[in-house]
Design a protein around this ligand. Structure first.
Ligand SMILES: [Zn+2]
Length: 243
């Protein structure tokens, strides 16, 4: 028969967001069966591994596979101030959970590669993360606890406009924005297209006032710098002021 073990857990900084309100800033004493990994125990207390930058046990840095022992002091840290989750802009590729369609449009509008469909199940999302090295954005913390999901973020807000600000701050997106570079409908990078090649698809006034067009090779949607473009530019400036 096994004897139960007890360890203390302390969650620092933004990791408090995963603790019940009544227990914020309090250490947690956890009793458990022997042979449990650090990942399992920390996640059982609510914080997905994707949110954690470092774990220290009795002052020493350990990895998630560490088996927690009786009497351990476990300290769990988010990244330090100014420390980025992703320093390589080429790795800023996202996949979004089913409920985040609007956020996907905003990220694409800013030029970021954001895969989204409203019918991916949890397994499909986790596989896309693993196979394509994408960052999973979700409001479902259980999904982030899957081992296949190496990189991801639990959105605090339910409001798309605030969500895009959260993502921008977490991943330092400000420096890498390329507005109107990507199709907002299907995520494909846009290509310039000659006006005469698409003339038959343009409304008379559009044809009259605009000469520069882009087309999406994925869904054939046409883009030009009309009134919607002006509105979105204003929106982007407003967002950037908050990044
Ligand atoms: Zn498209």
């Amino acid at each position: 028969m096994s004897i139960l073990r007890t360890a203390n857990f302390v969650f620092h900084g933004a990791l408090q967001d995963f603790r019940p309100d009544s227990e914020r800033n309090l250490p947690v004493q956890l009793t458990f069966q022997p042979g449990q990994t650090c990942k399992h125990l920390v996640e059982s207390l609510g914080a997905p591994h994707t949110e954690i930058a470092q774990v220290r046990v009795n002052g020493e840095v350990v990895d998630f596979s560490y088996q927690v022992r009786d009497g351990d002091q476990v300290e769990v840290y988010p990244p330090g101030p100014g420390q980025l989750w992703e320093s390589d802009p080429a790795r800023l590729r996202f996949v979004l959970d089913n409920h985040l369609g609007k956020l996907a449009v905003y990220l694409r509008m800013l030029g970021f590669d954001a895969v989204y469909r409203n019918d991916f199940d949890d397994q499909a999302l986790a596989e896309i993360c693993q196979e394509q090295g994408r960052i999973l954005l979700t409001r479902d913390r259980r999904l982030l606890m899957r081992s296949q999901v190496q990189r991801g973020y639990w959105l605090r807000s339910k409001t798309p406009r605030l969500q895009v600000i959260e993502v921008a701050r977490r991943y330092g997106l400000q420096a890498h924005i390329r507005p109107f570079d990507r199709c907002m409908g299907c995520n494909t990078p846009l290509q310039p297209v000659k006006k005469e090649d698409i003339l038959h698809r343009l409304q008379p006034l559009t044809r009259l006032y605009f000469d520069d067009y882009s087309i999406c090779p994925g869904c054939e949607r046409i883009y030009w710098k009309g009134s919607h473009y002006q509105r979105m530019s204003g929106f982007i400036e407003e967002l950037k002021a908050n990044f």
